[in-house]
Write a protein that binds this ligand. Structure first.
Ligand code: SF4
Ligand code: SF4
Length: 104
C-alpha cells in the first residue's frame, strides 16, 4: 500500500511530512513533498487527511480491488469527499457526513 503525491497540486505547506508516523515523506529541493520510502507506507491515511490541497492520493492496488485507481480526501464543512480517481479518467465521489460518522 502506498500513496501518490501530485506535485502540481502540492503547496509546500509541509503538513504531511509532520504527521507521517514513519517519517516517510520528505521535501524535495523545491520544497514539494515526495514519499521517500513508499514500500514502508502502511496506508494509515494521516497525510491524506491532513493535505488541504487534494495533492495526496491513496493508491488503490489490485490487492484491495482498486486496480490502479487512487483516492483523495477533501474536507468541506462537516463533510468529507472521498474522491476515487479511476484509471479511465473518471472520478467517483463518496460523501461522508462527519456528524453521522457513527453510522458508518
Ligand atoms: S500536505 Fe499537501 S500541500 Fe502540504 S506539503 Fe504535503 S502534499 Fe504538499
Ligand atoms: S499513509 Fe500514513 S504511513 Fe503512508 S505516507 Fe501517509 S502518513 Fe505515512
Amino acid at each position: 500500500m502506498s500513496i501518490i503525491i501530485d506535485k502540481e497540486k502540492c503547496r509546500k505547506c509541509g503538513k504531511c511530512t509532520q504527521v507521517c508516523p514513519g517519517s516517510l515523506i520528505k521535501k524535495d529541493e523545491d520544497g514539494k513533498a515526495f514519499i521517500k520510502y513508499p514500500k514502508d507506507c502502511w496506508g494509515c491515511c494521516s497525510c491524506i487527511k491532513e493535505c488541504q490541497f487534494d495533492a495526496i492520493g491513496l493508491y488503490l492496488g489490485a490487492d484491495i480491488g482498486g486496480m490502479g485507481s487512487s483516492m483523495t480526501v477533501k474536507s468541506r464543512d462537516h463533510f468529507l469527499d472521498w474522491n476515487i480517481h479511476k484509471t479511465d479518467g473518471s472520478t467517483e465521489t463518496i460523501i461522508i457526513d462527519k456528524k453521522e460518522s457513527n453510522k458508518y
